[in-house]
Design a protein around this ligand. Structure first.
Ligand code: IPM
Ligand code: MN
Length: 361
C-alpha cells in the first residue's frame, strides 16, 4: 500500500494546535503507516529567531513532498521595513515557488451550522471559489513602488498561461461536481471587473475561450462588487466561481462568512505537482496556546489533502478516508454536543479533535 510523504508546518499563533489536531485526525483515519508526516519550521516567529520565514530546508522538503499541511502563519508587529507582514511570505513564497496556481476554497453549509443568511439550509449552499493564486495583484508582492513617500503603486499582472490554466481547472472541477443547488446546472461564474479594467476584460475573454472546450458546463459572469450581493441573496445559484487573486481573497472570506466563518473554511492550494492545505483563517494570536481555537478548518483541509492525493494516485482508500473525516466533522456539528466557540459553543480545540476521532473508530 502506497505511503505518502507529508510536510507539516505548524507556523504561528494557533497554527501549532490546529495543525497538530489535524495530524491527530489523519492518523486516526489513515493509521500510522500511510502518511510519513515530517514537521518543518517556518513563519514569523521563526523569522524572528533565524531571519528566515521559509528556511531552505523547509522549502526543499516541501518541493519533494507529496503534500503540505499548514497551520497558520503571521504575527502582527513582525513586519518588513515596507510595512508588509513577514509571516505571510511563508504562504506566498510557497505559492510562487511551487506554482500553486489554484487556491480551492469550498463554501459549504454543514448540518449543525447556522448560516448568517437566514433560512438557507444545508445542501442549498455548496459552491467552490477557485482563486488564481500566483499572479493578479499579488504578483506585486515586494515589488511595488514607493516614490519618496508620496506616490505608491502595485501592479496587477495577468498572463494568458495563468488565466487559461485556472479557468480550465475551474471548468474541469465543475464537470466533476453535481451542479449548483438551485438548478443542478454545472456552472462556472467568472468574477471580474471587465467593465472597467482591460486586465479583467482579458481575464473574461480568456475564460470565454476556455469555456468553448466545455459545452457541458455553463459560463456565467459577475462583477466583483455585484457578486458580493449575489452570494448573500442567491448563494444556491453558484457551483464554481473563478476569480483573480485579490478578488478571490476577498470573496472567499465573504463566502466563508455565510457558512459558519473562517473557523470552518478549508483550502487547498494546488499546482501541477504540489498541494498546500490549510484552514483559510489566520494565526489568531489572541487565542493562541489556550486550546480555544477551532481545529475544524484545518481538519477539513486535511481531508481535502487526502482526497487530492487519492485522486492523483488512484488510491480509493485515501478518498474514503477523506469522506470519513468530512462525515465525522459534519456529525459532530449536527450532534451539537461538542461545538467550538466560533459556532456558538464552548468546546476546546482538544475536545473537538477527540470528538472527531471517536467517530473515526
Ligand atoms: C489567505 C490569506 C493570505 C492571502 C495571507 C495570509 C497571505 O489572507 O490565504 O486568504 O492574503 O492570500
Ligand atoms: Mn485571505
Amino acid at each position: 500500500m502506497k505511503t505518502y510523504d507529508i510536510v507539516s508546518i505548524d507556523g504561528d499563533g494557533i497554527g501549532p494546535e490546529v495543525c497538530q489536531a489535524a495530524i491527530r485526525v489523519l492518523r486516526q483515519a489513515c493509521g500510522e503507516k500511510r502518511l510519513n508526516i515530517s514537521p518543518y519550521p517556518g513563519g514569523a516567529r521563526h523569522y524572528q529567531r533565524s531571519g528566515q520565514v521559509l528556511p531552505e530546508e523547509t522549502y526543499q522538503a516541501c518541493r519533494q513532498s507529496d503534500a503540505i499541511l499548514h497551520g497558520a502563519a503571521g504575527m502582527p508587529g513582525i513586519v518588513y521595513p515596507d510595512g508588509t507582514e513577514v509571516g505571510n511570505d511563508l504562504h506566498l513564497q510557497l505559492r510562487f515557488k511551487l506554482d500553486l496556481f489554484a487556491n480551492v476554497r469550498p463554501i459549504r453549509l454543514y448540518r449543525g451550522v447556522r448560516s448568517t443568511l437566514a433560512d438557507w439550509q444545508p445542501g442549498q449552499i455548496d459552491y467552490v471559489i477557485v482563486r488564481e493564486n500566483t499572479e493578479g495583484l499579488y504578483a506585486s508582492r515586494g515589488a511595488g513602488t514607493n516614490l519618496r513617500g508620496e506616490v505608491v503603486t502595485d501592479t496587477l499582472v495577468m498572463t494568458r498561461k495563468g488565466v487559461e490554466r485556472v479557468a480550465r481547472f475551474s471548468f474541469e472541477l465543475a464537470r466533476r461536481r453535481k451542479g449548483a443547488p438551485r438548478d443542478g446546472k454545472r456552472r462556472v461564474t467568472v468574477c471580474d471587473k471587465a467593465n472597467i479594467l482591460r486586465s479583467y476584460a482579458f481575464f473574461r475573454a480568456v475564460c470565454d475561450e476556455v469555456a468553448r472546450e466545455f459545452d457541458d458546463v455553463e459560463i456565467d459572469y459577475a462583477y466583483a462588487d455585484a457578486i458580493t450581493v449575489h452570494m448573500l441573496k442567491r448563494p444556491d445559484f453558484y457551483d464554481v466561481i473563478v476569480a483573480e487573486n485579490m478578488f478571490g481573497d476577498i470573496i472567499s472570506d465573504l463566502g466563508a462568512g455565510t457558512v459558519g466563518g473562517l473557523g470552518i473554511a478549508p483550502s487547498g492550494e494546488l499546482g501541477l505537482d504540489h498541494g498546500l492545505f490549510q484552514g483559510a483563517h489566520g494565526s489568531a494570536p489572541d487565542i493562541a496556546g489556550q486550546d480555544r481555537a477551532s481545529p475544524l478548518a484545518t481538519i477539513l483541509s486535511a481531508a481535502m489533502m487526502l482526497r487530492w492525493l487519492g485522486d492523483r494516485h488512484a488510491d480509493e482508500a485515501l478518498v474514503q478516508d477523506a469522506a470519513r473525516i468530512e462525515t465525522a466533522v459534519e456529525t459532530v456539528l449536527a450532534q451539537g454536543m461538542v461545538v467550538p466557540a466560533d459556532q456558538g459553543g464552548s468546546a476546546r480545540c482538544s475536545e473537538v479533535t477527540e470528538a472527531v476521532c471517536r467517530l473515526l473508530g
